[in-house]
Write a protein that binds this ligand. Structure first.
Ligand code: KG4
Ligand code: ZN
Length: 347
């Protein structure tokens, strides 16, 4: 680890993440990732969104083989594990219960300490799965299906929330616009792909910067103006494969990216930090990565992205967050840890 605020220690840890529709397990030794298995539940795609009851049932079937695969890939035995980390919120109640029940049983059977993690802390520290790691202090932008947050991370587990979305999350806006265009679910990767063939200046969508001093976001206005445009154009799904759709995707994506990039760089300037980490599902967006990287190199700020696999939900990020949390607080949870579907990030 590069920063003086972090010391290295070795501890074999099994991490579990089941807060939504990804069933994932990872094995780490200290901060070193030894394996990760992510099983995405494709069953939800046909319903245009995650169906909670189906998600928890799928987790019940997947959790044992996913953990077995993660241990096998790491060439470790369960008996060699020294601790277990698990997401206990925020997320879907039934999905959280499956991961938490598994983790508690595993801990009880093997006599291991248990540590509960906030899912958002996973996204917050996910850039530490890559080299070079962010240096403290850094600005973290978390853009996922459920959250859009701008955070100043001063030291490990010392962070301040600078702003968040007042309505739709960035990923939610991608998913809703894809739904308006009848493109399928999840919408982010589809829009990302179609936007490559479109003109980002074809349509002017609003950029909601709110007032000058706010680090909050708002994405519902962009989504509504896409809806009005489609009504005006008399859009039907017959037009799905046209250049028009590519242009709408490129123009919408460009509006979202502009706001995310402007606010994040404004925060870096205000707090005089030289590292930015961008994480969460939307951080795998190719245009977002390109614009952040270009702007970072022109302003002398290093931009850190996890690889796309670690942008969407996964247990590796839960494991690396546990590494930092244990340094700060030790292992404080016990087998009475309960799922908290609306768990807030502590600031
Ligand atoms: O972090 P994540 O896996 O789950 C949550 O915790 O919400 O994020 C999922 C979100 C979805 O809204 C999805 O459409 C979006 O991330 N997403 C993308 C891309 N890949 C996933 N959005 C834009 N461009 C992408 N390439
Ligand atoms: Zn997430």
């Amino acid at each position: 680890m590069s920063s003086e605020d972090v010391y290295y220690y070795s501890m074999k840890l099994l991490a579990i993440e089941t807060s939504c529709d990804e069933c994932s397990a990872a094995v780490l030794d200290g901060p070193v990732l030894k394996s990760v298995i992510i099983s995405s539940q494709l069953i939800h795609n046909q319903f245009g969104g995650v169906v909670p009851e189906l998600a928890s049932r799928a987790h019940v079937e997947l959790i044992v083989p996913v953990v077995a695969d993660a241990l096998k890939k790491a060439a470790e035995s369960k008996n060699d594990m020294e601790s277990i980390a698990v997401t206990f919120g925020p997320g879907l109640a039934g999905s959280l219960i499956v991961g938490l029940s598994f983790a508690k049983s595993f801990a009880a059977a093997l006599g291991l300490p248990l540590i509960g993690l906030n899912h958002m802390e996973g996204h917050l520290y996910s850039s530490f799965l890559e080299k070079p790691e962010p240096r403290f202090p850094f600005i973290s932008l978390i853009v996922s299906g459920g959250h859009t947050m701008l955070i100043l991370v001063k030291k490990p587990y010392e962070h301040i929330l600078l702003g968040q979305t007042r309505d739709d999350a960035a990923g939610e806006a991608f998913d809703k616009v894809a739904k308006l265009l009848d493109l399928g679910y999840p919408g982010g990767p589809i829009i990302d792909k179609l936007a490559k063939g479109g003109n980002p200046q074809a349509f002017e969508f609003p950029r909601a910067f709110l007032d000058d001093h706010s680090f909050d976001f708002s994405f519902s206005g962009i989504k509504t103006s896409v809806l009005y445009l489609l009504r005006k154009l008399g859009y039907t799904s017959d037009l799905k494969n046209s250049n028009l759709v590519n242009d709408i995707c490129a123009s919408f994506q460009s509006a979202v990216v502009d706001v995310l990039v402007e606010k994040t760089f404004a925060a870096a300037k205000e707090f005089d930090v030289k590292s930015i980490s961008v994480a969460g599902g939307v951080a795998s967006n190719s245009e977002l990565r390109r614009v952040f990287t270009d702007r970072g190199s022109s302003e002398g700020i290093t931009i850190h992205f996890p690889r796309p696999l670690f942008c969407t939900d996964n247990a590796a990020m839960i494991g690396i967050a546990a590494y930092f949390k244990i340094q700060k607080y030790g292992i404080v949870n016990d087998l009475f840890l309960k799922p908290v579907p609306n768990l807030a990030l502590n600031f």
